[in-house]
Write a protein that binds this ligand. Structure first.
Ligand SMILES: Nc1ncnc2c1ncn2[C@@H]1O[C@H](COP(=O)(O)OP(=O)(O)OP(=O)(O)O)[C@@H](O)[C@H]1O
Length: 349
């Protein structure tokens, strides 16, 4: 099935007098209607450039971006302006008009689209209700918190009934609690109105929290893309492994606490593995039985619960015994129980 956004062989090169930067190299992506699609990567990887190519704020150097079956490079200026109404965007620093009230900020794109004053006002009030900000209609952006500003920006982005909402680091300036509430709002909007959401972020926790799909961008190339659950469970590329293993640790550490006492700190370890469990309850018996059966202890270097798209998954990093034979048999034991086991060469707690 064709995606609502199709990116084919996209490249973007920035060229100034002395420098040439290949910001995007041969990117291919399909984003389907109704998905919450995360684009994640380290600073400078090319995420912002990619998202700006999706609405032609940035013109690709080569390749195709098509939205809802239309190749954006083939549109006239007027057609592109109309298309952009279907593709809204929110930003890290909200980009509200500081001299205008909350209500007028939301009326603004409606008046540009030719909606009359009364209708625009009614629609703006309705949108403020959706984002839980109806009481602040008369306030000015300077009187709002970061989270409240982003809610207003979301309301403004929804004004013209877009099909797609692009979010460029929309929660990066917010504290964790506010981030959570904004992500919840985005999820509700996705579910309620069927809007496809593309989220640019450098935080794995954001992807885990609400995205159904993710693309990992590394040095201007697409390292890996797919369902969040698949990539989280068995990342294939170094870029994906780095983000999953060493990304933010902004998640509950309950299991680490539970298992801290069980850690045998002095045991010598050579090989480390990462395993992902579908339920927390399945941690205990499998590891205990493995230790009993092989008569050798393991180091529990990390045990954690992560929320991936609303489903709790347990993750554990184990240091295996130094003895090669025992270590290999333990890996086979875990695989034999249907667990995704991945060797981790550079785990640092
Ligand atoms: N207008 C521009 N002119 C020249 N180089 C640019 C321009 N915009 C981006 N770049 C370069 O392209 C590369 C990708 O930048 P981009 O902003 O897309 O990365 P990013 O992943 O969004 O990073 P961050 O998370 O830090 O914002 C960087 O090397 C950047 O310096």
């Amino acid at each position: 099935m064709e995606g609502i956004i199709e990116v084919r062989n996209l490249t973007k090169t920035f060229q100034d007098k002395n420098n040439k930067v290949e910001a995007l190299k041969d990117i291919n992506l399909s984003i389907h209607k109704g998905e919450i699609f995360g684009i994640i990567g380290m600073s400078g990887a090319g995420k912002s450039t990619l998202v700006r190519c999706l609405n032609f704020l940035e013109k690709p150097t080569s390749g195709i971006v098509s939205v809802d079956g239309k190749d954006l490079s083939k549109l006239t200026a007027k057609e592109l302006r109309n298309k952009r109404m279907e593709i809204s965007m929110i930003f890290q620093h909200f980009n509200l008009l500081m001299q205008k009230s909350v209500l007028d900020n939301i009326c603004f794109p409606l008046s540009i689209a030719g909606v009359n004053k009364k209708e625009a006002r009614d629609r703006a009030l309705e949108l403020l209700k959706i984002v839980g900000m109806e009481e602040k209609a008369g306030a000015y952006p300077s009187q709002l918190s970061g989270g409240q500003k982003q809610r207003v920006a979301i309301a403004r982005a929804l004004a013209n009934n877009p099909k797609i909402l692009l979010c460029d680091e929309a929660t990066s300036a917010l504290d964790p609690q506010t981030t959570k509430s904004i992500l919840e709002l985005l999820k509700n909007i996705n579910e309620e109105y069927g809007i496809t959401i593309v989220i640019i972020t450098h935080e794995m926790a954001v992807v885990r929290e609400i995205c159904s799909h993710v693309a990992i961008i590394s040095n201007g190339t697409l390292a890996e893309a797919g369902k969040v659950i698949d990539i989280f469970t068995s990342p294939k590329t170094k870029a994906a492994k780095d983000l999953i293993l060493h990304g933010d640790e902004n998640i509950s550490n309950e299991l680490t606490d539970t298992y801290k006492d069980a850690t045998i700190k002095l045991m010598k370890t050579k090989r480390c593995i990462r395993i992902v469990f579908s339920e927390n309850s399945s941690f205990e018996p499998v590891i205990a039985n493995m230790v009993l059966e092989h008569k050798a202890p393991v180091n529990i270097l990390k045990a954690d619960t992560k929320n991936i798209g609303g489903i709790a998954r347990g993750e554990m990093i184990l240091g295996l015994p130094e003895d090669e034979d025992t270590a290999s048999r333990m890996i086979a034991y875990l695989k034999g129980r249907g667990l995704a086991v991945e060797e981790v060469s550079d785990y640092v707690d």
